[in-house]
Each structure stands twice: as C-alpha cells, then as structure tokens.
Write a protein of this length. Structure first.
Length: 319
C-alpha cells in the first residue's frame, strides 16, 4: 500500500509538472494527452480496483479460469512473503536462498500470465489495466457523449473534458480537503433521514408547502469552478461519463446547478425551476477511464440488435 501511495504521488507530481509548462497553458494537444495518461496512472483508486476485480471474476465464468486466477493470486502472495523475508534474513546464505525462490516463483508467474493471455484474453485485458489515450477514449464515445475526468490534489483539482472531437483541461483552485467538506454538506442535505426531513413549523401562518433545504448556492459554485470552464466540450452531449477520485467520487453531478439559483432553498416552486444538471445530462459514473472500454465491450452498438425495456431501483427503502 505504501509503495502504491508513493507511486501515485510521483505520478501526480509528473502530471502537475506537465500542466505547468507553456505548452500545456496553450492547450497543446501532445502535452494534454501525456498529462491525461499520467493522471490515469495516479488515479488508480480502490473503486477502480473493485470494478476490475468484479470483471475478473466474471470474465471467463469457467472453473478452469477460476483455478488459474487463484493460482496466480497464491503465487503473488508467495513472492510478496519471500521479498518481505529478505529484510529479516539472518545471513547472506538465507538471502541467496530467498532470492532463488523469488526468481523461481516469478518464472512460474510469467508462464501463468502467458497462458492466461492466450487462453483467456479477456482476463488478461482486465487484469492489466493501462491508461487510455485520448484518441481511444474519443473512439469509444458517441456523437452525443462526453467524458469528465477529475483528479483532486492538495492544492487544486484538475478536470479533463473529452468529446468525440475535442479535449480540454482546466485547473480548479479547489483542493481535496476543501471539496471533502463541501461534498459532505451537500450529501447531508440529500440524506432522507436528515433531521429537517418531514419537519413541521410551530409558527402560526408559516405552514405552507416547504421542502428540506438543499444548498443550491454551493451546488452552483462547484459547477462554476469544475464544469463551466470545460462546458464547451459538453455542447451537444446528452450522456456524460464521469470518473472522479476523492470527495467528488461521492457526489452525483446531477445535483449541481448550472444557473444562479433564485428564490429560497425551501420553496418547492423555486426548486422545480432550478437549472439542475440532471435536466441536461444523463450521467454514468465509472470507477476509472479504462473501464469505459469494458462498458462498451458488453453493450450492443446503437441501432443494432433488439433492445428490452428496463426499469431499475437502487436500494429502495420500502414500507
């Protein structure tokens, strides 16, 4: 875990250095593409790993694949244990013995990976994710689709917007800790079990229709800082894929507001007339940029094949 954190910090530093160059400031595409891929390396989040693990378990669906995957996990754990043992080795001969075991285990792992790549290419693709180039992302997007990629750091948040034909980036002066506080407040406002939900006034004459307050001013501010600067790329889009790390990963962008709110946050009519982003875009949250290819691989091309109606309910609270 410590090694992954250090690698993430190094990659974030590399990406920031790229974005501070005059070429990046001028939005020169080669630099933007390089920074886009570096950001994906730095992004490697627990959510992304969770999706890939889910994909790995379902990629083949055979007992043979399950056995090979288990064998690979065992080999990886053995190598890690032997490497840790070198630190505590009592003498040089013990270290030589452990290094010999590690080399042997790594040879087995290489052979096993070669077999998996040959017999189960889908597994190999999912198990070894790599950053996706801008051109590859654009090829996966439809004419009415875009992708937003957010990477938050200690000093700023970086935003990439990619459409079928364009790509832009933006540096927002909103750091991860600040976003964490703002997102937590907005999520509290959305909580159906919040104390203000279902409350009734005790003041005579103030019993008109009201709703629990939602801080639309903060929702509008976050929109102006994070999305409005790259909104030109979203022009014409109806469906937006979202990849967000840190606090933004827990905020549905559909609740952001694209126009300065009018009226009171507790007025039902004012809330109905609010310019929610949900009115403009259908959002799909992805755990990583590379997972877009996984989603596309399992979906029929538009206009091809029969489609069935679907209505889904996520964790409803009934009764």
């Amino acid at each position: 875990m410590g090694r992954e954190r250090r690698l993430s910090q190094i990659l974030r530093g590399f990406m920031l250095a790229l974005l501070m160059t005059p070429a990046a400031a001028a939005a020169e595409r080669p630099v933007l593409e390089e920074a886009f891929e570096a950001a994906q390396w730095a992004y490697l989040s627990s959510a992304g790993k969770a999706l890939r693990q889910l994909g790995l378990r379902s990629a083949g669906g055979t007992l043979e694949l399950a056995a090979l995957v288990r064998q690979r996990q065992d080999l990886t754990e053995l190598i890690a244990a032997r490497e840790a043992g070198i630190v505590d080795a009592a003498d040089a001969s013990a270290i030589v013995g452990l290094r010999g075991e590690i080399d042997s285990l790594r040879s087995e792992l290489i052979a096993l990976d070669a077999r998996l790549a040959a017999d189960f290419p889908r597994y190999s693709e999912l198990a070894n994710p790599a950053p996706v180039a801008v051109e590859a992302v654009q090829a996966l997007l439809g004419e009415d689709e875009s992708l937003l990629f957010f990477l938050s750091g200690r000093d700023a948040t970086y935003v990439w917007a990619v459409s079928r034909h364009r790509v832009v980036w933006h540096r927002a002066a909103l750091w991860a800790d600040y976003l964490g506080e703002e997102v937590a407040r907005l999520r509290a406002d959305l909580d159906p079990d919040a104390p203000s939900r279902g409350a009734s006034t005790l003041v005579e004459g103030m019993g008109g229709p009201r709703v629990a307050a939602f801080d639309r001013t903060t929702a509008y501010f976050l929109y102006t800082q994070l999305i409005e600067p790259v909104e030109s790329v979203l022009s014409g889009a109806r469906h937006v894929f979202v990849v967000a790390d840190g606090p933004l990963g827990g905020l549905p962008l559909s609740v952001l507001v694209s126009e300065r709110p009018e009226g009171a946050d507790t007025d039902p009519q004012a809330m109905r007339e609010t310019a929610w982003l949900a009115r403009r875009f259908a959002f799909t949250t992805l755990p990583s940029v590379d997972s877009l290819s996984i989603v596309r691989a399992g979906a029929p091309a538009r206009g091809e094949g029969a489609r069935e109606a679907f209505r889904g309910f996520g964790a409803p609270l009934l009764g």
